[in-house]
Design a protein around this ligand. Structure first.
Ligand code: S3P
Length: 422
């Protein structure tokens, strides 16, 4: 897709429902024999991967526009489940598959085959799961019939996917389990467990779950996805004439590291209509305006709440005054692509200079982007970050593979086009 420089960046938008919350709500609903209602679901490829796998496992899922009804049990054996590009689908579903009395297997696309799975294989195996994997601890994962036993487990990788995988397995395992989380990660599943009145409690760093539970149904409306909203928030901020309002955006404190970082950089962002959904997830309307930014440092503790938005932080840093330095983010190397490499390589092609660090990047600000031909690396967040940066380049840019934005944000290209036509 060709992206031309934009003189102004103005829009009033809605974004798709939050992908992280949807995966968890759908899988939790599929653990009950009663019908749950999930409203405002994202209609993205990743969401569809979870729906496809749950249907293959026997869940009844009826979708009408953006609402769905899910009735889960009884589960039936399923081989060759395919999670596509979705690491969250594969890792979360593994917690359920490992605890079944039947054999099953799950795989994914070329990118997913390269992603690390030892982080979930270890805790599940400690619970008694029997799992085989590829030679580099990756998918396809095969699960053999097993009865899991609850364990106490302390976080080794600061990953919400690992935590949620563990909690799903713990709900089915025999006896109590506890997960101790030293570095907090998104807590959407914990909130949904409270909503569904599951026997699970959070005490400080510990989440305790009672095993062999009969799960209840629930009804929830999914907030707009902050990660999707971020692209257009940043588009307005770096524009010389920008104003974007996005309604109904989820602002769970463990997700909004970018919002906090942009405020520290001096961004002009207004939050209004703060409220909560049924699962106690905070929601608000966000308006972002053109802003003069200054560089900041982001370290280890900040990473989990900004992990998916770090490519966008790089865009902000290019236009900020002074230096921005990100460290402690080596997880970026094992996302849908090696995002540290992709950021340094592709933004360089647009005319920026970014210094690659083993666990992050360093950017001297107030740079000018010339524009150029760049590649998405098949990674939705890289593709969309490049497209937003290109709106502030001096001449037109071409993003190869921007269609992978459909993994999380099917309306991205259409929305960006509508802004360019205003
Ligand atoms: C996600 C957690 C994060 C994030 C991913 C979605 C989730 O991954 O990068 O896009 O929904 O749990 P990790 O848990 O591996 O950090």
């Amino acid at each position: 897709m060709e992206i031309r420089p934009l003189k102004s960046f103005k829009a009033d938008l809605d974004v798709p429902g939050d992908k992280s919350i949807f995966h968890r709500a759908a899988i939790l609903a599929a653990l009950s024999d009663k019908t749950s209602i999930i409203k405002n679901i994202p209609l993205s490829q990743d969401a569809n991967s979870t729906i496809r796998c749950l249907r293959a496992l026997g869940a009844r899922i009826d979708i009408s526009e953006k609402d769905c009804r899910i009735t889960g049990l009884p589960a039936k054996p399923a081989y060759e489940l395919n999670a596509g590009n979705s690491g969250t689908s594969l890792r979360l579903l593994s917690g359920v598959l490992a605890a079944q009395p039947f054999a099953s297997s799950i795989t994914g696309d070329e990118s997913l085959l390269k992603r690390p799975m030892r982080r979930i294989i270890e805790p599940l195996t400690e619970m008694g799961a029997k799992i085989s994997h590829s030679s580099n601890y990756g998918p396809p994962l095969k699960f053999y019939p097993a009865r899991l036993t609850g364990i106490n487990y302390t976080q080794r990788t600061a990953s919400a996917q690992v935590k949620s995988c563990f909690l799903f397995a713990a709900l089915i395992a025999e006896g109590k389990s506890s997960y101790i989380e030293k570095k907090p990660t998104r807590d959407h599943l914990e909130k949904l467990l409270v909503l569904s009145k599951a026997a699970a409690v959070k005490r400080g760093e510990e989440i305790e779950v009672v095993g062999s539970q009969a799960m209840n149904n629930f009804s929830v409306t999914i907030p707009g996805d902050f990660s999707s909203a971020s692209f257009f928030i940043l588009g307005a901020i770096i524009s010389q004439n920008g104003k974007v309002t996005i309604k109904n955006v989820g602002v769970n404190p463990l997700r909004i590291g970018l919002l906090k970082a942009l405020k520290r950089m001096g961004a002009n962002i207004e939050i209004s209509c703060m409220r909560k959904n049924e699962a106690d997830e905070p929601i608000c309307d966000i308006t972002a305006y053109s802003s003069k930014l200054r560089g900041i440092s982001i370290g280890d503790q900040d990473i989990p709440s900004i992990i998916d938005e770090l490519p966008l932080l790089a865009v902000a840093a290019i236009f900020a005054r002074g230096q921005t330095k990100v460290t402690g983010a080596s997880e970026l190397r094992v996302k849908e692509c090696d995002r540290i490499k992709a950021i340094t390589r592709e933004f360089t092609k647009l005319g920026a200079f970014i210094k690659e660090l083993p666990d992050g990047f360093e950017i001297e600000g107030e740079q000018t982007l010339k524009g150029g031909i760049v590649d998405s690396h098949g990674d939705h967040r890289i593709a969309m970050s490049l497209a937003i940066a290109a709106t502030r380049a001096e001449s037109a840019s071409f993003i190869r593979g921007l269609e992978c934005s459909e993994v999380s944000f099917p309306e991205f290209q259409k929305t960006l086009k509508s802004i360019s036509c205003r």
